[in-house]
Design a binder for this molecule. Structure first.
Ligand code: ADQ
Length: 452
């Protein structure tokens, strides 16, 4: 069998194990442990002034060869910042009002995808199978096909896909959908995304329904549970525990992104303090939200707004010995996070839209089975259909969040255990390993059946 070739916008640096990663890198790293040989190709995260196709840098690490290329500042702006993060990200998260379309960015996006194809092609071997990831690279298969690549090419979209009524607002929607025909198989997180994307592709072209499949991503729950147990005695975890004096902890962990619903979540917590004063001086809400995409104006604005909201809530409710919200925008190591999750009585995960949300699954995996915490989860997260035993809330409704938090904080141990057992079963059924295995098996099958 040939190699698995993974292509994603960013390639993680294998030497930076403790750096906080996005969900894609976390999911793939878990899945890769079972692959015999693999090439992972993408942007190094660095910029160069060299104009012309760059030579990929190769770095072997265990069974994985990492091949990375830099981008010019112009490519970084047009392809990455503007088109991927300023147009596709808000559009796919149903936020049309935040989309800033510019035709030159679209051209830059296409050109970088072609450059990825040109620099990847010489690294390919005859039996390779290619798996492309995420919205930065929608047109990559078409660009590879134009260069004569005939290998099976699969695509996985980690973020949601909106319905045609929204997607058609993108001026180049038809060209993008046309290019996506070049994939043998396209995976998305949920049935809803699957319906939406298939509908869009069908409107543009005849598309076989079996080309788009829902294949939800998971974590490695056994390894994560172990990590959580091990970190229980770590220094930072101990410090947090001691600072709480046996009082309850609510935890939220997200990249600082408008899709994660942080402002609405803070307002929900504020409503809890207003409507349920019995929690005053007892409950602490720890929000870990490391800054991401700090160069994009919408993200800078969001940060200012969140700083203000946290300051206002703390100012209004704090006592000399109690801070209602502890808000960290610096990164926290994954192992420490696992210990924080385990200690927390409530996991608060309320994105306004999310492809999946691995934090919800990590929170469940990290719990102590004898005394698990409760999960409060947005019904608009991709994880919600699987995690129906969480307390599902509408993230736009502060009262709904407040009620669910109160219910979670006062829930009997028996009910917490019953709900957690059901949630734990779910996350053990759909893991990072099963996700990759299932997707790749379908990709091999689609080639044999000739659905390309
Ligand atoms: P993300 O939007 O990055 O991923 P998510 O699924 O929650 O969101 O994954 C975040 C990952 O980063 C988790 O493993 C989490 O532990 C880690 N992380 C977050 N904050 C951290 C911090 N402060 N320190 C260390 N680690 C941190 C995208 C999509 C999601 C989809 C994933 C995977 O937006 O919807 O679930 O890809 O497909």
């Amino acid at each position: 069998m040939g190699r698995l070739v993974i292509v994603s916008n960013r390639v993680p640096d294998p030497r930076e194990r403790n750096k906080p990663a996005g969900g894609l890198a976390v999911g793939l790293a878990d899945a890769l442990r079972t692959e015999p040989r693999c090439l992972w190709f993408g942007w190094s995260g660095k910029q160069t002034d060299f104009v012309g196709d760059p030579e990929p840098s190769l770095d072997e690490h265990g069974t994985v060869t990492y091949a990375t290329i830099p981008l010019t500042p112009q490519q970084h702006r047009g392809y990455y910042q503007n088109f991927s993060n300023g147009i596709l990200w808000p559009l796919c998260h149903y936020r049309l009002g935040l989309m800033n379309y510019g035709r030159s960015d679209w051209h830059q996006y296409l050109e970088v995808n072609r450059m990825f194809a040109r620099t990847l092609k010489p690294l390919l071997k005859p039996d390779d199978i290619i798996w492309v990831h995420d919205y930065h690279l929608f047109p990559l298969a078409q660009a590879l096909r134009e260069l004569g690549v005939t290998a099976p090419i699969g695509f996985f979209l980690h973020i949601p896909f909106p319905p045609w009524s929204l997607f058609r607002a993108l001026p180049c929607a038809d060209a993008l959908l046309e290019d996506m025909q070049a994939y043998n198989l396209i995976g998305v997180q949920t049935e809803e995304d699957c319906q939406n994307l298939w509908e869009c592709m069908r409107i543009e072209n005849e598309t076989d329904a079996s080309k788009v499949v829902a294949c939800p991503i998971g974590i490695d729950p056994v390894a994560f549970a172990e990590e959580a147990r091990d970190s229980d005695n770590g220094l930072e975890v101990k410090r947090l525990r001691e600072s709480l004096h046996n009082e309850p902890l609510i935890i939220g962990v997200d990249r600082l992104d408008y899709s994660k619903g942080l402002e609405e979540r803070f307002l929900g917590y504020e409503r809890l303090l207003t409507r349920y004063p019995e929690h005053h001086r007892h409950v602490t809400y720890l929000q870990v939200a490391p800054i991401s995409r700090g160069e994009v104006e919408e993200y800078r604005q969001l940060r200012r707004q969140l700083d203000e909201t946290v300051g206002r809530i703390n100012g209004a409710f704090a006592a000399c010995d109690w801070t209602p919200i502890r808000y960290l925008t610096r990164p926290v190591q994954r192992q420490v996070l696992a210990g924080f999750y385990r200690m927390a009585d409530v996991g608060l995960v309320t994105p306004l839209r999310d492809g999946m949300n691995l934090v919800a699954k990590e929170y469940v995996a990290a719990q102590n089975p004898d005394d698990p915490g409760a999960l409060v989860l947005s019904h608009l997260a991709g994880a919600a259909p699987e995690l129906g035993e969480a307390l599902l809330v509408n993230p736009h409704d502060a009262d709904d969040i407040a009620d669910a938090l109160h219910q979670a904080l006062t829930m009997s141990r028996e009910e917490r255990k019953r709900r957690w057992n059901a949630l734990n079963l779910e996350i053990r059924n759909t893991t990072a390993g099963t996700w990759a295995r299932d997707f790749l098996a379908m990709l091999h099958r689609s080639r044999r059946e000739g659905t390309a």
